[in-house]
Write a protein that binds this ligand. Structure first.
Ligand SMILES: Cc1cc2nc3c(=O)[nH]c(=O)nc-3n(C[C@H](O)[C@H](O)[C@H](O)COP(=O)(O)OP(=O)(O)OC[C@H]3O[C@@H](n4cnc5c(N)ncnc54)[C@H](O)[C@@H]3O)c2cc1C
Length: 457
């Protein structure tokens, strides 16, 4: 029998071309599903457009961090997750290039309060987010279209100023599909790293670059079973700093179980694209050499097998601060008629690679700026500016700190030293453990001074 997240989602009748909505959301990933849900809950008539059909895979490490929990709960998705196989993340094992290991456990009270994050395949998580979004959107009189590729973002120009007024695209195949066009005073760009709304906001309307290789990351993922040392799907997730992979890292995340009851492990590798280009590295080959040749990991994978067809690569747009941004940090993400969220706004953490939490949070924030009565003639540019400032004020400090840590991690000797020290200093290990859940501890950990004090004294 098919699992509940393997059944196609019925998304209802397709609206006629030319229909007006209050809000159009481009992309039905976590960001787009959250934005569509919040907009619908606020009473807007929403159109949610998704290029693919659910269930669909999304290449990811599959860790849904603590930051996402409040939003996942607010939207009614949490019970759905709890009822399917998942890993409640209660600890992280780190290892340094010289092979030293440390396991940090989440404080027990956090686990009891169920504030720990999850690791579960995105095919499940995204399905549940999208399914809830369909429910919210339909309840408020909106519509959802799957298999709809937005290929043009409509821009109106008057007296030198530009405004996004809707989108057009094709349902079905490129050759035989039906072209449809929709209008709304607000379009939300949630189409991920290559979002058409984001490229219209940056390149087309403002002549600013959308992509910067110094702040884009390449990543490659495979699913494996029978990995030695992982006997249940409740084991800690693992992050390994390996020579040749730094400043990136190699991850091994238990994420659930397959139909035979075997633990499924998400195994992957990520590296900043400018760094990959410098070294002409191929991530698939790098991961293969770790699994086959690394003195420690090759033993753990000796009897393991890869899930067929699961090896795929994708990109992550980091939210690290740009040295000389042409306008906003990390890049322009809104204008009259449009706001971008999640990867479309380049909000992925430049150290951990986490982007789901920021996709959900930016979506929630974006919708608070829209008022269908006041903005019926178009979402104003002044509010677009306020949105971009609020996003950077909220997320800028942690994204900037993570960027500093990303730079630190480049140094092999430093990683050996930090993990060696954490093994010997209970205070440092304690802070690392606290930082898995507490915002205050994360701030402390990200304070260079506090970290140096703990390491040196
Ligand atoms: C290998 C890898 C590992 C990662 N690991 C983690 C992790 O462990 N934890 C974490 O938090 N984050 C991780 N991330 C980052 C995370 O995947 C993203 O930050 C997150 O998916 C962003 O959500 P989003 O909704 O903004 O975009 P997406 O999830 O990319 O969703 C975009 C959606 O838009 C649709 N779309 C695109 N173009 C169009 C179009 N033209 N018309 C209509 N629809 C369109 C797509 O089909 C897709 O469904 C990882 C990323 C990679 C690549």
């Amino acid at each position: 029998m098919a699992a509940e997240w393997e059944v196609p989602i019925e998304s209802g009748p397709i609206p006629e071309s030319g229909t007006d909505f209050d809000v159009i959301v481009v992309g039905g990933g976590p960001g787009g599903s959250a934005a569509a849900s919040y907009a619908a809950i606020a009473g807007n008539k929403v159109l949610l457009l998704e290029k693919r059909e659910f269930p669909r895979d999304k290449i990811c490490g599959d860790a849904v961090g603590g930051k996402s929990l409040r939003i996942v709960t607010e939207l009614g998705v949490r019970p759905l997750i709890e009822n399917t196989p998942h890993n409640r993340v209660t600890g992280i094992t780190f290892s340094s290039p010289n092979g030293k290991k440390i396991t940090c456990s989440l404080p027990i009270e956090e686990i009891e309060n169920k504030e720990a994050g999850y690791a579960l395949p995105r095919i499940q998580f995204d399905y549940m987010m999208f399914q809830k979004a369909v429910e919210h959107v339909q309840n408020s009189g909106g519509a959802v279209i799957q298999n709809f590729n937005v290929n043009e973002v409509l821009v109106e120009e008057s007296k030198g100023s530009k405004k996004i007024i809707g989108v057009s695209g094709i349902i079905g195949s490129k050759k035989e599909g039906l072209e449809l066009k929709f209008n709304a005073p607000l379009t939300i760009g949630a189409g991920g790293y290559n979002c058409p709304v984001a490229s219209t906001v940056t390149k087309k309307c403002h002549g600013e670059p959308m992509r910067d290789d110094k702040h884009y990351c390449g990543a490659y993922r495979e699913y494996w079973v029978d990995v030695d040392g992982i006997n249940t799907n409740q084991e800690p997730i693992e992050i390994h700093f390996i020579d040749g992979v730094l400043p990136g890292y190699w991850w091994v995340f238990p994420v659930g179980e397959n139909s035979e009851g075997k633990v499924v492990v998400n195994v992957g590798i990520g590296m900043v694209i400018s760094e990959m280009n410098k070294r002409t590295v191929k991530l698939k080959g790098l991961q293969n050499s770790i699994i086959k040749e690394h003195p420690y990991f090759s033993k753990r994978f000796k009897n393991a097998s890869m899930v067929e067809g699961s090896g795929k690569g994708f990109q992550l747009p980091f939210g690290s601060p740009r040295k000389k941004p042409p306008s906003y940090q990390p890049r322009r993400s809104a204008m009259s008629g449009a706001m971008c969220v999640g990867d479309a706004a380049a909000l992925v953490d430049p150290f951990s690679g986490e982007g789901i939490g920021n996709a959900l949070l930016s979506s929630k924030i974006a919708i608070t700026y829209f008022d269908k009565k006041k903005h019926k003639d178009g979402f104003p540019s002044e509010l677009a500016e306020e949105y971009m400032n609020e996003i950077w004020n909220t997320l800028g400090p942690e994204l900037s700190n993570s960027f500093k840590i990303q730079k630190m991690v480049k140094k092999k000797w430093l990683m050996n030293w930090v993990i060696g020290k954490a093994n010997k200093k209970p205070e440092l290990k304690g802070l690392l453990e606290q930082s898995l859940s507490s915002k205050e501890a994360q701030e402390e950990l990200k304070s260079t001074w506090k970290l140096l004090k703990l390491l040196l004294f």
